[in-house]
Design a protein around this ligand. Sequence first.
Ligand code: PLP
Ligand code: SF4
Length: 339
Amino acid sequence: MIVASDNHERFNEASSPTWQQQLSSAIRDPHALCKRLGLKSEWLSGAHTGHTLFETCVPEAYLSRITYGDTSDPLLRQVLPVSDEALTPSGYVLDPLEEADHRPAKGLIHKYAGRVLLIASPNCAINCRYCFRRHFPYSDNSPSRAQWQDALDYLRSNPTIHEAILSGGDPLAANDRQLAWLVGELEKIPHLKRLRIHTRLPVVIPDRIDNALLAWLGNTRLQKVVVLHINHANEIDQAVVEACTRLKEAGATLLNQSVLLRGVNDEVSTLTTLSERLFEAGILPYYLHVLDPVQGAAHFDVPDDEARVLITQLREHLPGFLMPRLVREVPGEASKTPL
Ligand SMILES: *Cc1c(COP(=O)(O)O)cnc(C)c1O
Ligand code: SF4
């Protein structure tokens, strides 16, 4: 406890910018990104091409973990727009998960039994180039307080639903006033047991896990699960470890999902190190997703055969509890589909 309160004090120092300030000063210009990372001019035109398809956004806290001038850096690959994003191979579509068919209320996606997904924020703190929601019509799906009523009514009238999953975009890109209100409404629904939050923010801007967030998260009666999105061990620096510690102290179980990405984490040694590093940060591996076939991300694809070989080899290196489940999302299926 002494360590925790020390952390919180250090964390509240006026000198360090708030997460909102860090987010608003994120690099959103492809030219500035190349310059900041020491990339030669040959990368510029591709960066501009990719940027016109899905805009650039990378906060400094994430950039600081990328090796300057290293064009094969696994974190760089996740955020640098490239010309390959303009390729349109067949099978790569705008809405690969066909989520548009499962929206009984604004901001709510109900595909699987017992749990629903709530789009709590249209925004992200980083734009990942492989994102399956690159083309998501967020403006139609980020309800205001009044507009949440339909989704809340849907939950109230469905006693089979035990878990609300805050998703996005990134749900933690919403402010704590909104999130505290929403969670307050959710916890009044007697049959809801669990609150799950799928987020990349604790990794992208660790200072997001501040006292205002911990106040509503720590106080809810709902059981809490935070599913982080981490694809490579280099994403976990000391600030991320400390953010995870704060989440655990607030009572959250920490899990991780990764996406299997060509050139980022498609080697056994990389995936082994990732699982080991996750556990050191108090996080258990949950899912390893194969890429959703979204237009603009085909260059990240790892074929199924190769993915199965990787996971078989991985099992020879890790204890069972550090093995992520290799899955794909198949539209129309009642759960994620194991490979
Ligand atoms: C992935 C997903 C979930 C959660 O699935 P789990 O297997 O419980 O992690 C819930 N709803 C939707 C719409 C999803 O895409
Ligand atoms: S944080 Fe998640 S939703 Fe946002 S761009 Fe990255 S992968 Fe997509």
